[in-house]
Design a protein around this ligand. Structure first.
Ligand code: URA
Length: 306
């Protein structure tokens, strides 16, 4: 009888040990009761896949070893392989959530915020690296927004209001941009907004090639720190700059011709759209910009470029 009791107790203890091992494994690997789901291109939906637990989990005595081994989630995702090619899911490779732009590691937003602040300090409040320093600017307008933004907007350079307030896109054109972002269901503070040049060109003239070349290095560093999924060029000057055409005369280039296509910019998807100041003059183009903004956010969410 005593022997039966003791073997019964041992069986229960052993069962409890196994349950504890599984619970610890789950919590250390964030699997808590949920089989991770991934985007499966072949079915066009989020699907659940079998999680293969490491062998060690079978043995209650080796919980720590088990917890150290990452679970292998059989299939993984390659968003841009052609549907039906069979190449979308491959065994043994790391899981890429639907939201991830392939090849784009998202940095820790807190670290990015600190690095952006360091860059802002490096530029300084009295930057004198280019001629704009001596042409009447009041403030260096660095950039504003979410350091973890999926979408970064790039304009040409600060105008009068921005120069006074030290923040990009706060004047009439900027307010229109903000309204359009809100109209499509997003918030200004979820994106990051900046310009090619950080100082106001006199009379709002287009920045000179030399100014763009000098200050554009800082824009590149902003983008490299944020690593957004999508960069939206606002207007012709930003579009040409980001397409590497900053010393080419703008004749012949039009946003109308180039908007809609998606190309790479420093690992982000680059989209071009009209500058909001153009919309102030031509409100009938608003629908196109709205479509472009929707496209930017949907690409950032992991949808395939059309
Ligand atoms: N136009 C721009 O290109 N940038 C601003 O910040 C404001 C207006």
């Amino acid at each position: 009888m005593a022997g039966d009791e003791s073997s019964g107790r041992n069986a229960i203890l052993s069962l409890l040990g196994s349950i504890k091992a599984l619970v610890m494994f789950e919590s250390e690997n964030c699997l808590h009761g949920v089989t991770p789901s991934v985007w499966d291109d072949r079915v066009g939906a989020q699907v659940k896949h079998r999680v293969e637990l490491p062998d060690a989990i079978q043995k209650p005595g080796s919980v720590k070893a088990a917890a150290r081994q990452a679970p292998v989630i059989s299939p993984s995702l390659n968003l841009f392989d052609a549907p039906g090619s069979g190449a979308g899911l491959r065994a043994g490779t790391p899981v890429v959530e639907k939201k991830s732009h392939p090849g784009r590691e998202r940095p820790d937003p807190e670290k990015t915020a600190a690095s952006l602040e360091a860059l802002r300090l490096e530029i300084g409040e009295n930057c004198r690296r280019c001629p704009l320093a001596g042409l009447g600017r009041k403030r260096v307008v660095f950039g504003v927004g979410n350091p973890g933004a999926d979408v970064v907007f790039v304009g040409e350079g600060p105008g009068e209001d921005e120069d006074r307030q030290g923040e990009p896109f706060v004047g009439k054109a900027g307010q229109l941009l903000t309204r359009m972002i809100v109209k499509i269901g997003r918030k200004r503070n979820e994106v990051y907004i900046c310009n090619i040049v950080k100082c106001r060109p006199p009379g709002n003239r287009e920045p000179a090639v030399e100014e763009k070349k000098i200050c554009g290095k800082f824009l590149e560093r902003q983008i490299d720190l944020i690593k957004p999924r999508v960069v939206v060029a606002l207007g012709k000057t930003a579009a040409m700059y980001l397409k590497g055409m900053f010393d080419v005369p703008p004749a012949g280039f039009s946003i109308g011709k180039h908007r809609g296509s998606v190309e790479d910019y420093r690992g982000s998807m680059l989209l071009l759209t009209y500058h909001p100041s153009y919309l102030l003059r031509s409100p009938s183009a608003s629908g196109m910009v709205e479509d472009d903004l929707k496209k930017a956010f949907s690409l950032a969410a992991g949808d395939r470029p059309a």
